[in-house]
Write a protein that binds this ligand. Structure first.
Ligand code: NDP
Ligand code: 2IT
Length: 455
């Protein structure tokens, strides 16, 4: 299997632009990667749009409005003080309050959160809702901690974070390592300090201001987006073999929706390896997996004890298995150029990114070259933040919509995002969803920034 070429900037202008980005943000390779993917769509587009180019809108969009960094000190179960770093990158609030999740994972650095915040600005613009972009988190690792330790960390983190956020300022949510449990502790501490019950976080429990369908929204949305893409080729999910990576929030609800629509999910993964279940998952198997990851909090290898016909591949990712559709839903850079080549060679027709930036620049080149249906995360996984936006609306109106109502809105939003990508991404009968998502997301933010003058 030949290794994919190393990705090079598509033009001297892009190379120059990336040199400037690298100079301003040394040691942040994930941020550079996210910006380069967008620059390759936007810089050629700016040739036809001098109003944006002359006002240096894109240059401005690659520098966050501000970055907040702080120390978080908490006490573990043995009474030993532990020190972590807390962050909030308030990237751009041109079209609405900063909005984006918190990630708690030992790999988190400022560069990780800048890449995620930058992507979030364009993603939130695509949702059609008035949401700016931000991201935050910590290098805290919830794995192996008991509930008390997680609570103490969340309270210490919010004790500094509270002063930087607010329902009209910046509205965080979950991401890797931040689920319902963490949001509960964070919201409780915010409410205690500020003495206000407001929609300052999304992904809240249903008893205290959450929205129906928010837990499901990212995974469901990624499958709805795949449905829209397949429809452009007169095809559907039904009967398709599906490769899913991850085993967390996004992967679980991706699998659920695939099963519901007649797809056959045959893989899932975590940081230890992946499971291949050639018979496909059903509702009962999915329930077992959810219990494994959310309640017992153990590795996916345990699945084979219950379902011995499945195989566990330690330290590997699912892309070596043949499948029709791929739903990367774990983390960034989980599909290399080589993985992408294997997927295409094995007949994969579609990739819908539930995760943020799961595909390397080399991998994207391979998918484009093969002209498969390829949706970048900022389009395919925007359903999560979109329903967060609807959670904010419901909180402001002090009412809750029904499950069917929110699900219908989610489907409509994913369809609108697809339409925007198709409008700006058409190229000789092929929809380049990367280009479409980048340009459509950019225009709305850029027009707002132009309106504000030089700020
Ligand atoms: P969870 O924490 O619920 O699950 C993350 C999953 O990915 C786990 O299975 C985890 O394995 C695995 N994983 C995490 N880091 C790595 C790594 N470095 N290498 C291999 N596997 C890893 O997070 P979510 O499901 O919420 O998030 C998954 C992806 O989706 C992320 O890219 C996130 O940014 C993106 N996303 C999430 C949204 C949301 O609403 N939650 C919205 C839009 C995008 P393990 O169990 O071993 O830790
Ligand atoms: O990456 C993402 O879009 C999220 N983690 C969800 C953000 C949100 O505010 O719901």
């Amino acid at each position: 299997m030949p290794t994919a070429q190393v990705h090079k900037p598509i033009s001297a202008e892009v190379a120059q632009f990336m040199d400037d980005v690298a100079r301003r943000s040394p040691g942040e390779p994930e941020f550079h990667q996210a910006v380069q993917e967008v620059a390759e769509s936007i810089i050629p587009f700016l040739e036809t749009q001098p109003k944006y180019r002359d006002a240096k809108i894109f240059e401005r969009m690659t520098v966050p409005d501000r970055v907040i960094m702080f120390r978080v000190v908490w006490e573990d179960r043995n009474g030993v003080p532990q020190v972590n770093i807390g962050y909030r990158v308030q990237f751009n609030n041109a079209i609405g309050p900063y909005k984006g999740g918190f990630r708690f994972h030992p790999s988190v650095t400022l560069g990780t959160l800048k890449f995620l915040g930058f992507e979030q600005v364009l993603k939130n613009s695509l949702t059609t809702l008035p949401l700016g972009g931000g991201k935050g988190g910590s290098d805290f690792d919830p794995k192996g901690k008991n509930d008390h330790e997680v609570m103490r960390f969340c309270q210490a983190f919010m004790t500094e974070m509270y002063r930087h956020i607010g329902e009209d300022v910046d509205v965080p949510a979950g991401d890797i390592g931040v689920g319902a449990r963490e949001i509960g502790y964070l919201f409780g501490q915010y409410k205690r300090i500020v003495n206000e019950f407001t929609g300052v976080l999304t992904g809240k429990g249903m008893q205290y201001g959450g929205s129906l369908i928010r837990p499901e929204a990212t995974g469901y949305g990624s499958v709805y987006f795949a449905k829209e893409m397949l429809a452009t080729r007169g095809d559907s999910i039904s009967g398709k073999t599906c490769l899913v990576s991850g085993a967390g929030n996004v992967a679980q609800y991706t699998i659920e929706k695939l099963i519901e629509l007649g797809g056959k999910p045959i893989t899932f993964s975590d940081s230890t390896g992946f499971i291949h279940d050639p018979e496909g998952l059903n509702k009962e198997k999915l329930q077992f997996l959810i219990n494994l990851k959310n309640v017992r909090r153990v590795d996916v290898s345990e699945y084979t004890k219950q379902y011995p016909r499945a195989t566990y591949y330690p330290g590997k990712r699912p892309w070596i298995i043949a499948g029709d559709l791929a739903f990367p839903s774990a983390t960034q850079n989980e599909i290399s150029g080589e993985d992408a080549e294997i997927l295409v060679k094995n007949g994969c027709q579609l990739v819908s990114e539930g995760a943020n930036m799961p595909t390397s620049l080399e991998g994207i080149d391979v998918f484009r070259e093969a002209r498969i249906l390829y949706a970048p995360g900022k389009a395919a996984n925007a359903g999560g933040v979109a329903i967060s936006g609807l959670e904010m609306s419901q909180n402001s109106m002090r009412l809750s919509w029904t499950r069917d109502e929110v699900d219908a809105r989610l489907q409509q939003i994913m369809s609108r995002i697809h339409h925007q990508c198709a409008t700006y991404g058409q190229e000789d009968g092929y929809i380049d969803y990367v280009k479409g998502a980048n340009i459509a997301g950019f225009i709305k933010v850029a027009d707002a920034m132009l309106a504000y003058g030089l700020i």
